[in-house]
Design a protein around this ligand. Structure first.
Ligand SMILES: [Zn+2]
Length: 131
């Protein structure tokens, strides 16, 4: 078993995700991305600052970072697409000082209209808090 102490800050960690170190790292990167919407930016930033594990550190992903996008469904408000997301945050590589990335399959939802955007965001927040 690996050490329970983060080699960077010498605080206790789970062996692969150090909340204080990664929170600081992600915060330093806030100026390097934007969704173009202040409310979305704030939502993502809060999630990154409070992430206890990598899958809670949600990211803004430019569309060109998705590969093999294809439509797989259609609903009342838009369409559902399959895609591969090639560089999600997995963990910090201390030795090489960069994020280790993962390659995974995701579902994208494309809305026909953006009318009820606030409701959509509130619904996502509720889902995240429930899980
Ligand atoms: Zn640390």
């Amino acid at each position: 078993m690996s050490s329970n102490i983060c080699p960077e800050c010498n605080q206790e960690w789970n062996g692969w995700w150090c909340k204080p170190c990664n929170s600081k790292r992600l915060q330093n990167d806030f100026n390097n991305w934007t969704s173009g919407n202040d409310k979305i930016d704030k939502f993502i930033q809060d999630a990154q600052l409070n992430a206890d594990v990598n899958w809670e550190a949600i990211e803004w992903i430019p569309y060109d970072r998705f590969k093999d996008v294809k439509q797989i469904g259609k609903g009342g408000f838009g369409t559902i697409h399959y895609a591969r997301w090639i560089d999600g945050i997995r963990e910090w590589d201390i030795e090489n000082q960069h994020w280790k990335r993962w390659d995974g399959e995701v579902a994208l939802k494309k809305f026909d209209n953006f009318v009820n955007f606030n409701n959509v965001l509130n619904e996502e927040i509720k889902l995240i808090k429930k899980s």
